[in-house]
Design a protein. Structure first.
Length: 132
């Protein structure tokens, strides 16, 4: 049996009482500490996302690009990952491409186009929306 207990909120609510008793200088120091904690957490989240992407989606994309004889380009930038498939013969996602169905659902933006006679499929992934 598995059980997940989220009933204990811990001491998180105690912070409001502490903030009420702080001076302006202490509040400014607390604000800076919270900002640093948040930045550190976001960097750790992005690193976890990159590892997850490399182990989960990237193999799916490589397999699909190989199956369709496509050019696959990956661009990573500040919390987002852009994936581009380019193929002169068209891009089909068939029943044998189950991983691509999942990958499409997880994308925050899907772009289909034709460029210089090539079919283009561009997918954008945002780490803030996938891994927390």
């Amino acid at each position: 049996m598995e059980q997940y207990d989220f009933t204990d909120t811990g001491n998180a609510k105690d912070i409001y009482g502490l903030l009420d008793c702080m001076s302006d200088k202490e509040l400014e120091m607390a604000r800076e500490a919270v900002r640093n904690i948040r930045e550190t957490a976001q960097l750790a989240q992005y690193e976890r996302y990159k590892v997850w992407f490399d182990h989960t989606l990237l193999p799916i994309f490589k397999e699909y690009a190989q199956m369709t004889s496509s050019l696959l380009q990956i661009e990573r930038d500040n919390g987002t990952i852009d994936v581009l498939f380019r193929n002169s013969g068209g891009l089909d996602i068939t029943e044998n491409c189950k991983g691509m169905y999942m990958a499409l659902i997880m994308a925050v933006h899907i772009f289909l186009d034709s460029d210089a006679g090539d079919s283009v499929l561009a997918l954008t992934y945002d780490c803030r929306r996938i891994v927390s």
